[in-house]
Ligand binder design. Structure first.
Ligand SMILES: Cc1cc2nc3c(=O)[nH]c(=O)nc-3n(C[C@H](O)[C@H](O)[C@H](O)COP(=O)(O)OP(=O)(O)OC[C@H]3O[C@@H](n4cnc5c(N)ncnc54)[C@H](O)[C@@H]3O)c2cc1C
Length: 181
């Protein structure tokens, strides 16, 4: 039986796993994909996220793998400014920067720090039931009993839908126009 199971090895699941590791708590991660194949796109880790990575001892690694962003300008299609945010004051206050990084690099740093052997790929959650403990069934036929289950399985979360039965997804109809450093 597992003490702690995490469903999903995205940025959320991997960050949580790093925190559990730091607290010397044992855990297993179950990921539906057959391999950790990160999205080929960039992501900006904001100062609040970088403070967490600082506490995990990963701030410098992430900064070196990415680019520090000291200001953000959101524009319309013709590059006319909509808003401009200078973040130098926040950087000083929290001793952290916003960092733009390739998602693959971030996931690699997070996954390698916990050890790839902690991630069971090819484990797509099918069903989760609460009895005395949680009984988790995967599409590949494997089952796991766990005292604690963290749902980090993204926007269509099966954990949330089956355990909490709440969280209707709505289209926010928002548009991101541009991010400039
Ligand atoms: C276009 C775009 C731009 C963005 N830019 C930024 C940005 O600049 N900065 C920022 O902070 N955020 C940004 N975000 C938001 C950010 O990408 C998400 O908040 C983040 O990826 C959520 O991470 P997660 O781990 O919760 O979920 P996910 O990244 O969705 O990971 C979920 C994981 O669970 C796995 N999984 C799913 N179902 C199952 C199952 N049944 N069984 C087992 N495993 C399962 C998936 O394969 C996946 O690996 C952006 C999002 C979009 C769409």
């Amino acid at each position: 039986m597992n003490n702690i199971s995490i469903i999903g090895a995205g940025i959320g699941g991997l960050s949580l796993a790093n925190i559990l590791k730091q607290q010397t708590l044992d855990f297993s991660i179950y990921e539906s994909a057959s391999e950790i194949k990160p999205v080929d796109a960039g992501i900006m880790m904001s100062i609040n996220a970088m403070q967490i990575f600082d506490k995990l001892g990963l701030k410098e690694k992430i900064e070196h793998a990415g680019n520090k962003i000291h200001g953000i300008t959101i524009t319309d299609e013709s590059l006319k400014n909509i808003s401009k945010t200078r973040i130098l004051e926040l950087e000083k206050k929290y001793n952290s920067c916003n960092v733009a990084i390739h998602r693959a690099s971030l996931q690699k740093i997070l996954a390698e720090n916990i050890g790839l052997e902690k991630i069971q790929t090819g484990h797509k959650l099918l069903q989760i039931e609460k009895k005395n403990n949680y009984h988790v069934t995967f599409e590949n036929g494997n089952t796991v009993e766990s005292k604690i289950v963290f749902g980090a399985d993204g926007i269509q979360s099966k954990v949330r839908n089956q355990i909490l039965q709440t969280g209707t997804i709505r289209n926010a109809r928002s548009k991101m126009l541009a991010w400039l450093g």
